[in-house]
Design a binder for this molecule. Structure first.
Ligand SMILES: [Zn+2]
Length: 360
């Protein structure tokens, strides 16, 4: 039989040279004059499988000028060669090639393993990666994102002015005095009991919520809670969570075009239970710092829970779990007595509510 092989050895380039070889029952005949002993018998030849997957066959023999070796990569030829040499040649596993194979396996595991590990990390550590990504977004970029999102949302809102807005802005100002964000408060004509926060400092209160509240302190409780969703960056995080990481990167880079495709209703962003409890807790602190009676927060959320069947709006985005109510209770009770001994907010709330229903 004849086969093609690559020959290495004295007189040949280090990368080898292509050559024709004839194999017979007695041995091989290399079709070149450059090999001093080009017709070794099988007894003089050592056979070794090589290549990382063992698909190559190496034939080695020692001539007068040195060691020659042939490499054949054709599986059919190799099977025939092994058959001809059977019982005559020495067969040995090639050590360097075993190392090559180990390397190949290491590389394959690296190329498969690293992406698998990365994907695993993203799935398992999703929250942490989101938090990390969100942490990279500057307040300025968040403001830009908020402006972009609010401009989109605004078209669907019937924003109103008047005493209700003046009160909401006034209370909101007290709660955000030392904030790094530039807060903007709005009142939207909408019968559903709802309020929501958007990244960058946008807080919108529905007239339905103002009508259900009985005191300005209750409104302050809701505002304090919403403000903390922004201060604690829950809004940003929720949006990041509902988006892909690439969108977060585009926000990070200040490129809003990536978000233009953003569908869905951002007003219905859900916060985690932890976020709700944190917004309550930090909101209570903010109320105390602003010298507003914090009892309004508890009062309003209790009212919301009782009204849940009538007004699911706010509850969809801010589920009042029992755990949460207990938490607000506990935190309220833990406040110093002085926290409640404050001057009530001086707004004519009855008149404000009457104006809302007149405007409708
Ligand atoms: Zn909330």
């Amino acid at each position: 039989m004849r086969f093609n092989a690559q020959i290495y050895g004295p007189g040949f380039p280090s990368v080898g040279a292509a050559i024709d070889v004839e194999a017979t029952e007695t041995g091989i005949r290399v079709q070149t004059n450059e090999v001093d002993d080009g017709t070794p018998r099988w007894g003089k030849i050592t056979l070794a499988k090589s290549g990382w997957d063992g698909s190559q066959l190496r034939l080695e023999w020692t001539g007068s000028a040195g060691v020659y070796s042939l490499a054949s990569g054709d599986a059919l030829n190799n099977a025939a060669i092994v058959k001809l040499a059977a019982g005559k040649s020495t067969v040995r596993p090639s050590r360097p090639d075993r190392a090559t194979r180990a390397w190949a396996h290491a590389l394959i595991w690296f190329f498969i393993g690293v992406p698998v590990l990365l994907v695993g990390a993203i799935v398992w550590q999703h929250d942490r990666i989101i938090a990390w990504g969100v942490g990279l977004i500057t307040v300025e970029h968040e403001a830009k994102l908020g402006e972009f999102l609010f401009t989109q949302q605004k078209t669907g809102l019937k924003l109103i002015e008047g005493d209700a807005l003046a009160m909401v802005r006034d209370i909101g100002g007290k709660l955000t005095k030392d904030s790094r964000h530039k807060f903007q408060f709005f009142v939207a004509e909408d019968k559903t009991v709802n309020a929501f926060a958007m990244p960058g400092g946008y807080v919108v209160v529905h007239t339905g919520l103002l009508e259900l509240a009985e005191t300005p302190e209750e409104v302050a409780g809701v505002l304090a809670h919403e403000v903390q969703h922004i201060e604690q960056r829950h809004s940003l995080r929720s949006i990041a969570q509902s988006l892909s990481l690439s969108a977060v990167v585009s926000v990070f880079l200040g490129d809003m075009r990536g978000l233009a495709s953003l569908g869905g209703d951002l007003l219905q962003l859900k916060f985690s239970r932890d976020h709700e409890i944190e917004a309550d807790r930090e909101g209570l602190k903010a109320l105390v710092a602003a010298k507003i009676n914090p009892v309004g927060m508890r009062d309003f959320f209790a009212k919301m829970a009782a009204q849940s069947q009538l007004n699911p709006g706010f509850l969809v985005t801010h589920p009042p779990s029992e755990e949460r109510m207990n938490d607000i209770d506990r935190l309220s009770k833990a406040l110093p007595a002085t926290a409640r001994q404050v001057t009530p907010l001086a707004y004519d709330y009855a008149a404000i509510k009457a104006a809302i229903s007149r405007q409708r």
